[in-house]
Design a protein around this ligand. Structure first.
Ligand code: NDP
Length: 237
């Protein structure tokens, strides 16, 4: 049960996909979890509370974090992907940058004022596309690279307080976002899996386990890092 010693986590985009798996995993580790997203999920698991939040709305983000009774861990997971046509208007570019990068900045700066010294944690969900490029998603690639830069800068800000800030860089993970992307590039899930060195797409649980690890006291010396969970994709020559 949640009590005065319960650790509290905010998972942005915690209502589905990777974020929901992270929320479930953190509950099993004894966290009270707030899943913050624009729209509510039909039924969230026990221990996960929904909060309506658009991470691109700075005033709403500041009010949300100021209103939290306690915060030990922020997971910046909210994300938006999409193929772009270079000649299209700029709306998608701005939306992707705002969600994946500026939103993480808004949440991180607000969270830093609430996180406890020594045990506070921030984990950013970047992507292998924060480490590598593809031709048709310039905004997503730029935002996820930027999120790794933000991770390093915030890690340096937070280091004197003993708070760690890390990024996780997943390759293909079995979620709605990945399914949409398979459609965009015209491949099946099996074909995507065949392109991964280990021969399969990761489960959201594998990302959630890394978040749980980074949240532990024993991970207190790991900070400013970008950790791939990609079945070996970024190790391949
Ligand atoms: P989904 O599209 O399944 O889920 C995205 C989540 O983000 C939803 O809960 C959504 O809720 C929330 N969200 C989107 N925009 C906002 C916003 N402005 N404010 C608050 N919440 C928002 O994505 P995945 O679970 O697949 O992805 C999670 C993260 O992992 C993303 O950052 C993604 O870029 C990254 N990633 C995913 C990979 C994959 O293969 N699936 C690979 C590498 C990285 P709502 O729409 O209600 O706001």
């Amino acid at each position: 049960m949640n009590g005065p010693t319960t650790r509290w986590a905010v998972v942005t985009g915690g209502t589905r996909g990777i974020g929901l798996a992270i929320a479930r995993r953190l509950v099993s580790d004894g966290f009270g979890v707030i899943a913050a997203a624009r729209s509510a999920a039909a039924d969230l698991p026990w221990g996960v509370t929904y909060a309506k939040l658009d991470v691109t709305d700075r005033a709403a983000v500041d009010a949300f974090f100021a209103g939290l009774p306690k915060l030990d861990l922020l997971v910046n997971n909210a994300g938006l992907a999409g193929a772009q046509d270079n000649d299209a208007d700029d709306a998608l570019w701005h939306a992707i940058l705002a969600t994946n990068l500026t939103g993480a900045w808004y949440c991180s700066r607000a969270a830093l004022t609430r996180l406890p010294d020594r045990t506070g944690r921030i984990v950013n969900i970047s992507s292998v596309l924060g480490l590598r490029g593809v031709p048709d998603q310039p905004a997503y690639v730029a935002a996820k690279h930027g999120l790794i830069g933000l991770t390093r800068a915030m890690a340096m800000q937070a280091a004197p307080r003993g708070i760690t800030v890390n990024a996780i860089c997943p390759g293909w993970v079995d979620t709605e976002m990945a399914t949409q992307r398979f459609g965009e590039i015209g491949i099946t899930a099996d074909e995507a899996a065949a392109g991964v060195p280990v021969g399969r797409i990761a489960s959201p649980w594998e990302v959630a386990d890394m978040v749980a690890f980074l949240a532990r006291a024993g991970a207190g010396s790991i900070t400013g890092q970008a950790i791939p969970i990609d079945g070996g994709a970024t190790a391949r020559a």
